[in-house]
Each structure stands twice: as C-alpha cells, then as structure tokens.
Ligand binder design. Structure first.
Ligand code: UT7
Length: 329
C-alpha cells in the first residue's frame, strides 16, 4: 500500500445507517413507575420518548445492524472495509471489544477493529481518529460506529438520570480519497478536548478494577449543564477558525443530543440559525456516542443533509470530554 502524504488524502462520507431497539418507552410510560411527568421531562429536556434494548439486543447487535445498513447505503461490503472503530461506553463485555464482535459478525478476518471510549463525545473522537488513520494512508475505508445501551447502566429508581437516556446505534462509512477526487468533500477539521478534573460530575460508580460490577450512571445534571454550552462553543469556534468558515457558512449543525435547552443555547451563543439545527432528542433521548450519527441519519433520510452540505458535529460528555468536527458531506 502506498502511503500518501497527509495533505493528499481526504476522509469522505460514503455511507450512513442506523439501528434502534424495537421497544419505544414514552414519558407517560415512565410516569407510571416513577415520580415524574411527561410535562417535566419535555419542559426540562425536550425528550418525548426513547428506545430501550430488549432481550437479544445488545450494543454489538445494534452496532452490527447499523454497520450493515451503512455498508448497504455505501454500496460496499465487509471486504471493502479495513478499519472498524466503535465509540461506546456500554460494551457487551469488559472485553473483547464491541468492534471485534461486529468485525466477526460481518465476516471480516482482515483489518483492525477497536473500541474508543469518550462517553457522549465518543462519536466525535471516533470520527477524528478514523480521519487520522485514513489520511495517513494506512487504511482505506473505515466503519465509524456509535453504539450504546445506556439503559443497562441506569439506576431505574433515580428519576434525575433514568428519564434522560436511551439506546441505539448508527454508523458512518468514511473512505480515503485523493483530494482532487474528493472535490472539497470530507472531514475538514476536528478538535478534541478533555479535562479529567470533572470526573465526579458524570460517571459510572462501578467497573472491573474497582467494584467488579458494572455500576450505575451518576450525574450532577446542573453542573454538567453549566459547563456544556461554553465547552461546546469553544470547540465549534476552534473548527470555524481552523477551516476559515463561520456560522453563516454552515448548512447543518448536528450537536450531541442530550438536552434541547443545551442545544438551543449553544446554537444561539454560536450565532447559528435555528433552522439549521438538527434536533432528535425528542425521539431518541440521550444515546451518548450514538446520538450524533442517529441525528445525521434522520436528517439525511428526510432529505435535509445532502451531498456537498457543510455539517458541524459537536459533543460534550463524561470525563469531561468534548469535541467538534466539520464535514463537507
Ligand atoms: O451528554 C451530557 C450528559 N448530560 C447532560 O447533558 C445533562 C445536563 N443537565 C440537564 O440536562 C439538566 O440539568 C437536567 C435535565 C438533568 C435537570 O434539569 P434542571 O433544570 O437542572 O433541574 P434540577 O436538577 O435543578 O431539578 C429541579 C427539580 C428538583 O426538585 P426540587 O429540588 O427543585 O424540589 C428535582 O428533584 O426537578 C426535580 N426532578 C424531577 N422532577 C420530575 C429531577 N428529575 C425529575 C424528574 N421528574 N425526572
């Protein structure tokens, strides 16, 4: 394989697909078993329903379904892929990775597959990582998957967290193309940040090396909210500066889907027209690393996102981690 120079290759979107669990749980369903209400959840978060994984549905089965849909969309098969990166914080097992399970289920015995964990920022971190692999010339086509079953990390008696999350998966196929063939398309820039001092604001209180249990998600929601808008604006502005673009140039702003109020406040702070904001938190709730590719799938399938559009993705999550990537679709 030839190793093209970094400047010579672009990571271009070749396909997109998603898979949601069959079962849909509405706010009203939750209000039957918890001291909560549809009104509270909608007003504070914008969430109306979430998909929850059932028997036989795991992070890897959902991720596999998304990967197959993305490959079909790209008109490619497993033989065409040589890199599988799965962003997840809710793997089937401590190991092996979800990525190697999906690789095997696809019938791939070649290439490399690994998981990447940056919680809700996972998909942005995975796109940035795959982009660097592809532009180095070491790999040709990547499946970049966000897949989660956060329902299995939740304390279902804690109304302050369990109403906020859902399960799902979506996948993007990225292909390395010479810049002259890419014709301006591809991942234009990405910006990743983290600051581990914020650990206690959003974490899971278990794990193999501490409690030997899976643990449950714990969150100081107000503290997370307070940091989110500023952090998101910083990395989106970094992407604008690095690419010489501005809010006016964007066709679509596809943020991590945690809370409608965070999304709206971020767009407003950045001067992004509300009509360009893709919001799916009402349908899926917060699906962590799956939320951005699920939102991309909805907006691509309903005809909003089209080839050549300028799309900004961004996320912020546990760690804290946060990041942005600008993609010419
Ligand atoms: O990807 C990053 C992941 N996380 C996030 O993005 C979450 C960021 N934070 C948030 O989205 C918001 O902080 C929440 C939606 C989690 C909470 O909204 P809030 O406006 O910050 O409410 P709060 O936590 O200050 O709670 C207000 C009240 C409290 O009652 P009191 O103390 O005022 O009597 C809560 O006990 O709402 C109560 N409450 C609920 N009531 C009904 C908390 N959860 C619920 C609930 N149903 N599910």
């Amino acid at each position: 394989m030839t190793h093209a120079s970094d400047a010579g290759l672009r990571s271009v979107v070749a396909g997109l697909g998603s898979r949601l669990p069959r079962r849909v749980v509405s706010n009203a369903d939750l209000a039957k078993v918890l001291d909560t209400s549809d009104e509270w959840i909608v007003q504070r978060t914008g969430i109306r329903q979430r998909h929850v994984a059932g028997e036989g549905e795991t992070t890897s089965t959902l991720g596999l379904g998304a990967a197959q849909a993305a490959l079909a969309d790209a008109g490619l098969g497993p033989a065409d892929i040589d890199l599988v990166v799965v962003a997840t914080s809710s793997p089937d097992y401590t190991f092996p990775s979800v990525a190697t399970q999906i690789q095997a289920a696809l019938g791939m015995t070649h290439g490399a597959a690994f998981d990447l964990q940056a919680v809700c920022s996972g998909f942005v971190f995975a796109v940035a990582t795959a982009d660097k692999f592809l532009r180095s010339g070491s790999h040709r086509r990547a499946l970049v998957i966000g897949a989660e079953t956060f329902s299995r990390l939740l304390d279902w008696t804690d109304r302050t967290t369990c109403v906020l999350f859902g399960d799902g998966a979506a996948a993007l196929v990225l292909e390395a193309l010479p810049a002259e063939e890419a014709n301006g398309r591809g991942v234009l820039t990405s910006h990743l940040r983290s600051d581990g001092r914020h650990r206690d604001k959003l974490f899971v209180d278990g794990g193999p090396s501490t409690t030997q249990t899976t643990g449950h998600l714990r969150m100081a929601g107000r503290d997370v909210f307070r940091h989110a808008v500023g952090m998101v604006a910083d990395v989106v502005n970094d992407a604008f500066a690095a690419s010489g673009t501005s809010a006016a140039d964007l066709d679509w702003f596809v943020p991590h889907q945690a809370n409608r109020r965070i999304i709206d406040a971020s767009a407003e702070k950045l001067g992004i027209d509300a009509a360009k904001v893709v919001t799916t938190v009402d349908l899926h709730a917060n699906t962590s690393a799956a939320s951005i590719p699920l939102a991309l799938s909805v907006a691509r399938d309903d005809g909003r996102i089209k080839r050549g559009d300028l799309v900004m993705i961004e996320a912020m999550g546990g760690g804290f981690t946060w990041g942005s990537a600008l993609i010419r679709w």
